[in-house]
Design a protein around this ligand. Structure first.
Ligand code: FCB
Length: 487
């Protein structure tokens, strides 16, 4: 039975009208089979990267230490002891990388700004050399006829701020607003679209709850606090950008997944809906409505758990102009009376990366293109049909070069084709998706996996002078971008 069928039969068994409504929303049950794959005329095709994953130059031009420098330099944290010290050396090769974007016919580039390059210790005056780098990069992107869309925070918190408590410390929101002001002042004359955070659920959850990412803490209570600081910071950064120029368009990149109940029991179904609110809505519902989604944390404990103060509703409120969505794989959720460490949350959500019958990419993540349709249409409905940009979607395949140095990564083409087809259907059915950024432009440092997982459209030979080679998937994607349809 496939996942959608399982959900439908669950609804039938549960026989609860209210749940049936929300689950049919989750499954996108109305999806038709029409194979139209044409995209809107003004649709933007692009690629995404992030500072720590590609830049290298970790100590250059006054850059400060980030939590990822500290984490990667700590033995045992990242596979094979890999670090982002050199990465793709894009700090020095950014012109070549922009040329690659152009060669691939791309019209939008999502990159990120490293906070410790701009404010080495997370507070105080700007480091002019760091800002200059982002000015040069942005100008190169514009000169290539490509739209820049920078992310202000793709996980590189200055280590000094982590030493002061990190994201669980409320003061980090003030620091982030100050940093945002500096960057907005420097770049808002040339950048119109901005993303505040990348994947707030992941850097709080994996960084402070599961400890598999920097700063490597396993503290469920501190994790919950961190989510609130991030929500405050998002509202404050939104206002700092708008104060610079009211016409700037501002969103964040939220990683979202359809949530599937582990079994057809009503308890699992309810757990999946609760997990949806916690994982998919926790940072967007708050911005749009100034309050947390109901039914996640126990109401009598919620304020205390979050450290919520009077007036915080106004601080976290931000009328986002659009939302960014990252999609990779679904979650499997089950009711778990033993809980998961967060008080009152008696469920367990599992990222679909365990061995099983479903097809998987090389990193082990389940391939489920229908889930892309489901979650894009659901998020569209639940955010009031805001414009959407796909800020990430892609696959790790470690296809090696052949004897001629060519990379025949047919599996990545299949992955992209099936996901883009679902996306075109979501657009046809009313989701206002205006851009797609493939993760990633090139192979890079994949966080705790180091260099062992390759997500690029372009191959990087890290051992051989950083040689870049466009893969078959890159050539195919360039044609898709030019044709504005799935091929
Ligand atoms: C996302 C991250 C991105 C990249 C992809 C594979 O969670 O935002 O930096 O690592 O996963």
């Amino acid at each position: 039975m496939n996942r959608r069928d399982l959900l439908q039969s669950t609804i039938a068994l549960a026989g609860v009208a209210a749940c049936a409504r929300s689950v049919s929303a989750a499954t996108g049950a109305a999806a038709s089979t029409d194979a139209t794959t044409e995209f809107p005329a003004d649709f933007l095709w692009g690629a995404a990267t992030a500072a720590y994953q590609i830049e290298g130059a970790w100590k250059e031009d006054g850059r400060g230490e980030s939590v990822w420098d500290r984490f990667a330099h700590t033995p045992g944290k990242v596979l094979n002891g890999d670090t982002g010290d050199v990465a793709c050396d894009s700090y020095h090769r950014y012109k070549d990388d922009v040329a690659l974007l152009k060669q691939l016919n791309l019209k939008t580039y999502r990159y990120s700004i490293a906070w410790p390059r701009v404010q080495p210790s997370g507070k105080g005056p700007a480091n002019a050399k760091g800002l200059d780098y982002y000015k040069r990069l942005t100008d190169a992107v514009l000169e290539a006829g490509i739209r820049p869309i920078p992310t202000l925070y793709h996980w590189d918190l200055p280590q000094t701020l982590e030493d002061a408590g990190g994201w669980p410390n409320r003061d980090t929101a003030e620091r982030f607003a100050e940093y945002t002001q500096i960057v907005a002042h420097a770049l808002s004359d040339r950048v119109n679209q901005w993303l505040i955070f990348n994947e707030p659920k992941t850097f709080t959850g994996v960084g402070y709850w599961q400890g598999r990412h920097a700063p490597g803490r396993k503290e469920p209570l501190q994790f919950v606090r961190a989510t609130h600081t991030v929500n405050l910071a998002q509202g404050m950064a939104f206002r700092a950008l708008k104060a610079q120029r009211a016409s700037l368009e501002i969103g964040s990149a939220f990683d979202v997944s359809p949530m599937f109940p582990a079994t057809s029991s009503y308890a699992d179904l309810a757990a999946a809906e609760r997990w949806h609110k916690f994982q998919n809505l926790w940072f967007v519902h708050t911005a749009q409505h100034g309050r947390y989604p109901d039914g996640v944390l126990p109401p009598h404990q919620q304020d205390e758990l979050l450290g919520f103060r009077d007036g915080d509703d106004k601080i976290m409120r931000a009328d986002l102009d659009f939302i960014g969505l990252n999609y990779y794989a679904p979650f499997i959720v089950r009711y778990a009376p033993e809980g998961n460490g967060v008080p009152g949350l008696d469920l367990q959500g599992k990222w679909a990366d365990a061995p099983g019958e479903q097809p998987r990419t090389d990193i082990g993540w389940e391939i489920f293109p229908e889930g892309f349709y489901d979650i894009v249409t659901r998020m569209s409905r639940e955010t009031g049909n805001l414009p959407i940009e796909i800020t990430e979607n892609g696959a790790s395949y470690n296809t090696p070069p052949d004897a001629h140095g060519q990379i025949h990564d047919a599996a990545r083409i299949d992955y992209l084709r099936s996901h883009l087809t679902e996306l075109s259907h979501a657009i046809r059915d009313g989701a206002r998706v205006r851009a797609y950024h493939c993760w990633s432009l090139m192979d890079n440092f994949e966080w705790a996996y180091g260099y062992s997982q390759r997500f690029g459209l372009v191959h990087v030979d890290f051992a051989n002078k950083q040689k870049r080679t466009v893969k078959d998937s890159g050539a195919w994607y360039a044609k898709v971008a030019a044709a504005n349809r799935v091929l």
